[in-house]
Design a protein around this ligand. Structure first.
Ligand code: AMP
Ligand code: MG
Length: 405
């Protein structure tokens, strides 16, 4: 058995970032920038008002007073207004500040009077409720450095500076398949020995959440010739392949049989429970080197080995350098996390939430068998329980927050 760190090192060493590509800013959220982005424009492009009200000369409003209203300007109205002494301009949020005015009295502090006059309720200082030009982004500034992971707000910023296309690491195109003659996907009644497929459903969502573009190839029969054809085809059309099942020591572990023949594989046994077996390798087709992640078939093992290994590698391929693996936080075990010594680190499914003490508290979510996906479904974190007899209630434990509920 090798340690998780060693397995991870081998997997990460085996993949390289994809070639960056230009994509439209509205599709960049979650992706990593491959170049610095320099603002070509100021945001906002002109000084404007932060409130609905009256643009005034603050020197005129050193106390409550009356002013003459010279007109109205809405957001988007390009009219060039100029406010003189004793004058005010009715103005709506986002409209251009008129020449001469240096503050905006919000409408709540005013009272319209007869004719073209307005009463201003109190004094105002220069600059109040004015958004200066470029106070969000200045033209020429590096807005985002290379390596930045774009958030939805980040994509919005790109839009705000008219960076319509930016160079990012693309989404990894992943072919996903499961093996197992016992697996049923079409809703038909189960015959003796059959079970319903669950891993493809789960893994497709995990991959999509991590910004991969998934081709779900479904369940492939436990037949070597068929599987070989499907894998070679998948390698031609994708950047990576994720398989579920067939990587352990069984007689019908066809994934193992076929990949051993056509790819450069490492068959790993990790000192981790669940998720001991893990296969990683490179399938070279038409000169393209396509990483293959062979996850175990037991649903919980499948999920955890995806989380611990495949996800990190896919993130590296998408240009991530930070947080390839989810960070650990120190939590308090509210229930005992019992285990038996076996030389492995156990990743136990737990539910984590903040307590009144401001700390993260976890409790286990039920049976911890590697086939018991239902207890995993209630978990939002994995407790890292080192070799030994476990963690007693009230003790500290490291947990990996999974990013769901
Ligand atoms: P394997 O890794 O193929 O030996 O499968 C290990 C266990 O996981 C067996 O009990 C399989 O029936 C089950 N299994 C394999 N693949 C899936 C899947 N896609 N969905 C649900 N269970 C699976
Ligand atoms: Mg199988």
């Amino acid at each position: 058995m090798i340690s998780l760190d060693e397995a991870r090192r081998r997997v990460l060493d085996g993949v390289v970032p994809l070639t960056p590509t230009e994509i439209a800013c509205e599709y960049t959220a979650g992706l990593v920038l491959a170049q610095d982005v320099v603002a070509a424009e100021n945001v906002p492009p002109f000084a404007n008002t932060a409130v609905d009200g009256y643009a005034v000369r603050s020197a005129d409003v050193s106390a409550a007073c009356e002013l003459r209203v010279i007109g109205t300007v809405a957001a988007g109205d390009g009219t060039e207004w100029s406010v003189g002494a004793g004058e005010a301009l009715r103005i709506m949020t986002g409209a251009v500040m008129p020449v001469g005015a240096d503050a905006v009295v919000m409408v709540e502090d005013t009272e319209p009077l007869a004719g073209d006059r307005v009463r201003i309720g109190k004094a105002i200082a220069a600059g109040v409720a004015v958004r200066p030009v470029a106070d969000d982004v200045r033209a020429g500034a590096v807005v985002f450095a290379r390596g930045t992971v774009l958030s939805p707000a980040g994509a919005g910023v790109l839009s705000s500076i008219n960076a319509r296309q930016v160079s990012v690491y693309p989404r990894v195109k992943v072919a996903l398949l499961s093996t197992g003659d016992e697996l049923v996907t079409d809703g038909s009644p189960l015959r003796r020995g059959q079970i319903r497929e669950s891993n493809l459903t789960m893994l497709e969502i995990l991959l999509t959440n991590d910004e991969c573009e998934v081709s779900n190839l479904g369940v492939i029969a436990d037949d070597e010739a068929t599987l070989e054809r499907v894998l070679l085809d998948a390698a031609r059309n994708n950047d990576a392949i994720v398989t579920s099942g067939g990587v352990s020591m069984g007689d019908f572990d066809v994934v193992k049989a076929v990949l051993s023949r056509i790819a450069e594989m490492q068959w790993m046994q990790m000192a981790v429970k669940p998720a001991k077996p893990f296969a990683f390798g490179i399938l070279t087709v038409d000169g393209r080197r396509v990483p293959v992640f062979g996850l175990p078939g037991n649903p919980v093992s499948s999920m955890i080995s995806f989380e611990l290994l495949a996800r990190a590698a896919l993130r590296k391929m998408m240009g991530h350098t930070r947080d390839l693996v989810r960070p650990l936080v120190r939590a308090i075990a509210d229930s005992p996390l019992r285990r038996k010594p076996d030389g492995k680190v156990h990743f136990m499914r737990v539910f984590a939430q903040f307590g009144d003490d401001g700390r993260v508290h976890v409790r286990d979510t039920g049976p911890q068998g590697s086939h018991q996906l239902a207890a995993t479904a209630a978990a939002n974190a994995l407790a890292v329980v080192p070799d030994g007899t476990g963690v007693v209630a009230g003790a500290d434990v490291d947990v990996m927050l999974l990013g769901n509920h």
